[in-house]
Design a protein around this ligand. Structure first.
Ligand code: SF4
Length: 423
């Protein structure tokens, strides 16, 4: 690669890293400045007579729950900020645990989570998981080995529920001074993803004979295993969650490897590894297009094509605004990828998935070309060879970084402007 093209690639990777760093810094600041204090209404479901909370200044660092006369009803403890390094699928979770006046756990509730909303909903809906620690005392929770205790996580929200479980045990251990370094969990799912990745690399980089035939079989593996079975699709909700809270390399090392390869292979080799081989929604669109009658094909007029190709970049700008400002919008509903986790998929994500697949009947991979912000992000970092030049997308990326920095810098003023002075 000639020096200018190499510099351009460094610029693109630098923009990506700078945006991720900006989001991380921004949310770290928001956590410290705007941390959510525990309110007495939050404990009312456990302690109906609760009238006040008194901070416990011992190593446990929770709150005594008091009635009107100052009598002690019980105790509550929140997992953040102590568990702020325990990341589920794409973010940290603040959990509140209640203990009765005898020191036995009554239950827990999730106060706030940066994880995918539908996954959090699944965790709360699973009664058996919700009762995991009930009747245990402080020492029993702190000494718990989740694996030995058979805590497997909630189906469809495994990483989120395991992060909640680890957060609770970790929080109780903090007070015991018994913190142990958390191991990296290499489960069957991670090994499976690593194997799929190895096959994709072979298909993408080797010049094997009959590669296209193998690729068609491989697409079914990607759709079935990566998509419907695991739901391990790269998405804006995942990337922004990692940028906010940190990368889930301990809880989901296979997915982290997947994401790293999706960014770094095209960056270094020009091959769009993820979009060409590994994305279940891309593969499903190809399958749909292959089975559509030829006479259904529609050629998009050039002017419309030019206009629609800006949509993914506009969606990336929208994602940045949602992440930097306190807007209540679930990023999972912007893309079709959560639809593969059928059990917990929301209506919006299913609608985007279905519309994209119907569009593929008429325009092959229409969603990839005209709708996918994650594809646009991966395409932005992809190398284009020695004749590569600084183009429009590089200008736009630089401007987005500046816009992100402005939102960070003027955050308070922008909150007032968008949400009013009460925020
Ligand atoms: S453009 Fe989006 S939907 Fe298409 S293959 Fe890439 S990530 Fe998947």
């Amino acid at each position: 690669m000639r020096a200018p093209a190499a510099l351009l690639q460094l610029y693109r990777l630098g923009i990506l890293l700078a945006v991720a760093w900006l989001i991380r810094t921004h949310h770290a600041r928001l956590r410290v400045e705007g941390d959510r204090p525990v309110r007495v209404e939050e404990v009312a479901s456990w302690f109906t007579n609760a009238a006040g909370l008194r901070l416990d200044l011992t190593a446990r660092g929770g709150f005594h729950v008091l009635d009107k006369a100052g009598g002690e009803l019980g105790y509550v403890v929140r997992t953040l900020p102590h568990a702020n390094r325990i990341i589920g699928y794409c973010g940290i979770t603040d959990t509140l645990v209640a203990l009765d006046s005898n020191g036995q756990v009554l239950g827990f509730k999730i106060r706030h989570s940066e994880d995918t909303r539908t996954h959090v909903g699944d965790v709360l809906a699973e009664r058996h998981f919700r009762k995991t620690w009930n009747q245990m005392n402080w020492d029993q929770v702190a000494g718990m080995d989740l694996k030995q205790a058979g805590v497997e996580g909630v189906s469809g929200a495994t990483m989120t529920s395991l992060a909640v479980a680890e957060g609770i045990v970790h929080r109780f251990r903090v007070a015991q001074g018994e913190l142990r370094p958390q191991p990296v969990r290499w489960g069957t799912r991670d090994i499976g993803l690593a194997a799929v990745l190895a096959l994709a690399l072979w298909l993408s980089l080797a010049n094997a004979e009959g590669r296209e035939r193998w690729r068609r079989w491989f697409q079914w593996l990607v759709i079935g295993y990566v998509g419907f079975l695991n739901g391990d699709l790269l998405a804006q909700s995942l990337f922004t969650g990692w940028a906010k809270s940190g990368i889930a390399w301990r809880m989901a090392p296979g997915l982290v490897l997947f994401a790293a390869a999706a960014v770094l292979v095209p960056w270094a080799s020009r091959r769009p590894l993820y979009c060409q081989q590994l994305c279940p929604h891309g593969a499903l669109q190809e399958v749909v297009a292959r089975h559509a009658p030829q006479h259904w094909r529609w050629s998009v007029p050039a002017a419309l094509d030019r206009g629609l190709r800006w949509v993914p970049a506009a969606l990336l700008a929208f994602v940045l605004i949602v992440v930097m400002l306190p807007l209540d919008f679930d990023l999972a509903s912007l893309e079709p990828f959560d639809a593969y986790v059928i059990r917990s998929a929301g209506v919006a994500t299913i609608s985007v998935a279905v519309v994209g697949l119907v569009a593929a009947l008429f325009v092959p991979k229409a969603y990839c070309k005209y709708g996918c912000p994650t594809g646009a992000l991966l395409e932005f970092v992809r190398a284009r060879g020695v004749n590569d030049k600084f183009g429009r997308r590089d200008w736009v990326a630089g401007l987005l970084l500046l816009a992100g920095w402005a939102m960070h810098w003027q955050h308070a003023a922008l909150c007032q402007l968008t949400l009013g002075p009460a925020v």
